[in-house]
Structures are given as C-alpha cells and as structure tokens.
Design a binder for this molecule. Structure first.
Ligand code: PEP
Length: 250
C-alpha cells in the first residue's frame, strides 16, 4: 500500500547543461514502473530540472532550503520560492548538512514545518556514525533524530512525508548496510512513529534506505518489509543506472 520511491541525491554535482543531458537520457522511459521516481539536484539546476520534469512522472527535490520564506538571509534558498518554482520535495537533515554545515535537529524541524507550510514534502534524513553503531547507540540516536525532526507535525502531514535512514558509514563509501541491518533500523523507526503517533500513521509513512544503493543491491533492499525505497547518491547520476534502480522489479 506504500508506493515505492527511488530518490536521487546528486549532492553538489552536475550543472544545468548536465542536468538537461540526464533528463534527455531518461525521457519517456519512466512510465509504468509503479515506482515514484524523484531527482534531488543542486539549487542551480532546479529550473532546468523542473522544466524537464513537467508533463513526465519524474518528481523533483531540492537538497536543502531555509526555514524562513524571505528576508535578509544571504545565500539561503527560500522554501516559498522553491514551491512557487514547482518543486515537490526538499531533502533535509542529510548527514553532510549536519556534519559540514552544523545543522541541528531544531533547524531540521523548522525546515520540515516550512516545507509543509509551502505545500512541498520533506524527505527527512537520519542516521548514525560507525562509532555510534559500534557503541550500541544507533537506535537511540536515530529515534532521537526522528522524534526531534517531527515535533509539531500532524499525522496527516507526516504520512505524506518521507523518512530516509542513511547510516553515515554507508554513504558514498561503497559499504552498504546489509539488507537485514537496513530493515532492522527501518522497523525501529516505524515503531518510533507508532509510539509518537499511532500504528496507522506508522504503517503509511514511507521509509527509505540510503547508503551505496546501486542496481546490484536495490532488489534485495526493496524486498524488506519496512524499506519503501532508496535515497541514492552516486548511482543516481547516470540515466541508465537511475532507470535500472527505478525498474528494480524487472
Ligand atoms: C546520499 O547521497 O544520500 C547517498 C546515500 O549517497 P551514496 O548512494 O552515494 O552512498
């Protein structure tokens, strides 16, 4: 009952010309998979991405936004403007933003509210470091991140939102969490949502796994009960690879 998602996260890669080349590469090839395909691109590429996605099943995501709609915030991106441009989703709380740009759980919660207020949907990222995992603290850390991120968000808004579990040690490292490890944490996150809201809300919210997902391992991950999709960095950059991910069922 949960529509699967394959969401690309290009990070700080590709310019508008390369974005157009990617769009040309997937043109007319996305229909009928039954999977919601999303591309998250750098701010500079979003006009090209949105124009190229128009009239196609491709959904679009920004990789970040600020939590105020407008004002004296030099260099930031307005969620209101993103919404007016036609973006569907905004990725928030990615570990790279938490690590390099010192984003806090509080920032992420404010961003989630701002995104929903502007009629887009947040893809809320969470995940533990290797140290936290080895110290047996992964579940406590990740459920804490989720609890803080969803504060004040209604059940109606949460079921439309997306959660992405991305163990930091698996991002861009080629080390995938095993499908069992990914399932285990996705299940813990769903249980946390059930305790914060109710079972119905938990059953509806989509939980993605991210961390070195590629065509070779996507099927095994997607077969897991609580994993509803993938947030994919490296393997989402090439049209053929992205299409292979979206068509994982075939
Ligand atoms: C990501 O960018 O969120 C990610 C999971 O990257 P990769 O798939 O390259 O590990």
């Amino acid at each position: 009952m949960r529509t699967p998602i394959i969401a690309g996260n290009w990070k700080m890669n590709k310019n508008p010309k390369e974005t157009q080349e990617f769009l040309d590469g997937i043109k007319g090839k996305l229909a009928e998979s039954g999977v919601e395909a999303i591309i998250g691109a750098p701010a500079i590429d979003l006009s090209t991405l949105v124009a190229g996605a128009e009239g196609s099943p491709l959904k679009t995501a920004a990789e970040n936004s600020y939590f105020e709609d407008e004002g004296a915030f030099t260099g930031e991106t307005s969620p209101k403007a993103l919404s007016e441009m036609g973006l569907d989703y905004v990725i928030i709380g990615h570990s790279e933003r938490r690590q390099y740009f010192k984003e806090t759980d509080e920032d992420i919660n404010k961003k989630a509210h701002a995104i929903l207020k502007n009629n887009m949907l947040p893809i809320i990222c969470c995940g533990e470091t290797l140290e936290q995992r080895e110290a047996g603290k992964a579940e406590e850390w990740v459920t804490g991140q989720i609890e803080n991120a969803v504060k004040g968000i209604s059940a109606a808004d949460l079921v439309k939102s997306v959660i992405a579990y991305e163990p930091i040690w698996a991002i861009g490292t080629g080390k995938t969490a095993t499908a069992d490890q990914a399932q285990e944490m996705a299940h813990v996150i769903r249980e946390k949502i059930a305790s914060l809201y109710d079972q119905d809300t938990a059953d509806k919210v989509r939980i993605l796994y991210g961390g070195s997902v590629k065509p070779a391992n996507v099927k095994e991950l997607m077969a897991k009960e609580d994993i509803d999709g993938g947030l994919v960095g490296g393997a989402s950059m090439d049209p053929e690879s992205f299409l292979a991910l979206v068509n994982y069922q075939n």
